[in-house]
Design a protein around this ligand. Sequence first.
Ligand SMILES: [Zn+2]
Length: 549
Amino acid sequence: MRKYYRFVEGFRRFAKQRMAPDEAIALARNSIKKRVATREENFLNFVEKGVFCYSGSPYLKLLQPKKIDFMDLRRAVQKHGIEVSLRWLESEGVYFTVDEFKGKLPVVRNGAEFWCQEGMFDNPFLSYVYEVRSGATRSAGTRVRIDFDYLHQRSLYDALLLSMHDCLNAPIANWFPIFPGAPGINSSLRFSHIGNAARKWFSQVPEDRLNVNWEKKWGTKLIFTLGRLHGCPLAEPEYVPLDDALKIARWAAETLKENQHCVVYTFAASAVRICIAAAENNLNIRGTKFLVTGEPLTPQKRKEIEVMGASPVAVYGISEAGVIAAGCDQPHACSDHCHLYKDTTAIIAHRQSVPHSDLFVNSYLFTTLLYESPKLLLNVGMGDYGNLREFDCPCVFGQVGFSTQLSGIRSYEKLTGEGVTFVDTDFIRIIERELPERFGGRSTDYQLVEKEDGRGLTHLQLLVSPRVGTIQGSEVLEKFLNLLKRAEDSPESWSQSGTEMWKQSNMVRIVREYPIPTASGKILPFFMSKTKSVVETSASNVAVPKSAV
Ligand SMILES: [Zn+2]
C-alpha cells in the first residue's frame, strides 16, 4: 500500500511543480549551466556515497582488488577531469559490458568472478515511484524505476530542446505504443510538466492486443485520472497503426495551418512513414519537427524527412537513464549528430568485440552523474557504439556547455526495426534451432539480413537456404513471428508490441537464398552489412591513459 501512497503523493507534488513554458526555460538555462559547472563535484559526491560507502555496490568487487579507493579517484578527477579518470578506471578493469550488466555473462576480472543482477545497479538513494521498460525486449534487466523528482529534472532538458527548435509552445503529438514502454508515458508527463502537454498520443499498437498485467494497466489509468484531478490532463492513447500514418500527417498539416511549427515525437521509421503518407497525399507538413528516437537516424531517413520541409532531431536515450543527448539546430555532417547532456552523463569509448562476429567497435561506457538517476552507472556498456568527440557549436546546447558530440550511433547486440529492438539471444535460438527443427535444414540454413530500402525504412530478410526443401514462405514467417512474440515469459515485455508492429509493417520478408558468409567465411545468424563501415569510421577517443593518477 505504501507504494501506491507514494505514487499518488509523488504525482501530487509533481503536478504542483508544473511550470509555464517560459518559467521552465528560465529554470532550465540556469540550473543546467550550474550543473555543468559543478559536474565533477556532483560525480564525486555520487560515487563516494553510492559506490565507496555502499557495501552492496558491484563496483567495489572490481575496485578493491586494484586497491583503488575514493581518494585515488578524487585525485584523478581533480587533476585530469572525469573522462580521463573514467578511462583510467576502465584500463584497471573497472567497467561492465552490457552482457555482464544484464547478467548474461559472468564478470571475470581483477581476480574476481561473479554474476551481476539487475537490482545491484539501482540507485540506493532513490525511493522509486513507478517502473518503465526500454525499447529492448529482454525480460531481465530493462525494468527501470522512475521517480517524479527525476522526471522534473528531465523535463528541463525538453524545455531547452523545444525552445532551441522554436517549439516551446508548438503543438506536440506523440506516436509511441502505450505498453510497456517509457517513451510514451514519460514524454507525456514531461511535456505536461513544462506547460506544453502533448495534444495527441497516437499508439501504433492497440491496448487490447496486448497481454499486460493489471498493475501496469491500473498504474497507467491512474496517471490519467490523477492528471485530470490535478488540472493537467494528459492526452489518452489513440490507436493508429503503422499503415495509417496519413492520419498523423493530416494532424500535422491541419496544425500547421495555425502554427508555424508542430512537433511529432516518435520512432525514426514512424517519422519516415508520416512523410511518405504526406507526400503521397499532397499534404503540406513543412515546419514539422520530428523528434526521433529508438533507432538510428540514418542519412536516408533524414533525407526523407527533410525533403518534405520538415526537420528531424535525433533524441538519444538509454532506458537506464532516459534521454541523454539530442540534436541541435545547426547543420552537421552526420545525420544523427547530437549533444551529450554532459551534466547528467559521461561517456567514454571501450574497444569491444562484437559477439558472433570478428569485428571490434568503440562501445560506449556510460557513467551517471546525477543524484536522481534511477541506476548508478560507472563505466557500464549498453550495447551501443558510435563516434564521440569534443566540439564547439554555437547552438544553445554549446552555450550551456554540452561540448560532446555523439554520432553514428548503432547497436551491436540488438536488431532494431520500427523503433523496437529484439535481443540477439532470442534471435539466435530461433534462427539456429527452432526454425530448422520445424522446417528442416541446419542451423546455418537460416539467416536474418538487415537492409534499409530507398525510402529509409528498415527491413529484415529472413534467408532460407534453397537446400531446405519446399516450404510455404508465409508459414515460416508466421512461425518466426510467433516464436519471437513468445520469446519471453514476461507478459509485459516489448516483444508483444514489437511483433505487432513488425507484422503491420511487413518488417520481415522471406527470401530463398543462401545465407551470406562473413569475410572470414563464417555463417552467422544475422548478417549486418552496415556494421563494418561504422566500425571503420569511429576511431575517436579510444586512447587509454595508463597512469592517470
Ligand atoms: Zn549544436
